[in-house]
Design a protein around this ligand. Sequence first.
Ligand code: C2E
Ligand code: MG
Ligand code: MG
Ligand code: MG
Length: 273
Amino acid sequence: AAKAAGKAAWRLFTPALESERSEEQRIEQDLHHAAESGQLRIAYQPIIGLAHGAVSAREALLRWTHPERGPVSPKRFIPLAEKSDLIRALGLWVLERACTDAATWPDPARVCVNVSVRQLGDGSLPKAVEEILARTGLHPRRLELEITETVLSNAGTGIVDDLQLLHAMGVRISLDDFGVGFSSLARVRAFPFDRIKIDGSFVRDAVERPDCRAIVGIVSELGRRLGIETVAEGVETPAQLAVVREEGFTEAQGFLFGRPVVVQAPAARAVGA
Ligand code: C2E
Ligand code: MG
Ligand code: MG
Ligand code: MG
């Protein structure tokens, strides 16, 4: 009874913030074992080449089904993983799986893998990527790494060096979610970007709002003038597709073409079979 009372008192005096923090800690703790427990999957979403209308790439998006909580969004667990080195292990797991999968695809589409800024800067990612490409036999040009705009604001020289190394290997680099972070147009040129992905929020509103349409047009023009290809994210309707087509985007991605889909890996061969 005393124990129960103590527990109740603790609950009463615990600020909401504190319990939210321990909730996050529990999720982060569980995430440590998610990969080895088979709770992680990769969903692939097609990216369409607008010149020909065929699939030119597929983006790998991490999916986590927690045994008790059910599906947890990457918007929730990726930031938690990014607080520690956990993101490095997770990132390598995704890279290995994505390259293994892409090597079996019947078409030469690129596989686009999201990379956190925490995975860059110490030379380890270029080394790991080189090993993974050798192991899986995937051609370097078929791998694309997506890095969000935050790298532009807080990138030390080590980060630029790593991206240059990867780029020199033939790996493609793309700037993800462009337009919603702290862009520095000068720094866009300091990085070896092959592609810019404009954030879906601009695409979503471009049909109704002239200001969003203007931004969509400017990003396309920026890519054209810098010799960088442009991808429109979040295309959900034919009207939005018409806009990004008219504005001259190279590629488009969104629910209109296909949602991210988990392809179940074939069952592991039984030992001795
Ligand atoms: P992102 O890289 O910008 O990925 C695109 C997100 O937009 C995905 O959300 C995708 O499902 C969603 N999306 C695609 N088309 C549409 C559309 O037409 N409409 C709408 N409303 N949404 C669309 P998701 O899968 O929830 O991923 C969220 C974010 O989590 C990603 O944004 C990425 O930043 C991060 N993330 C996912 N997987 C990984 C990973 O393996 N590593 C890292 N570092 N981050 C990841
Ligand atoms: Mg992405
Ligand atoms: Mg994106
Ligand atoms: Mg996005």
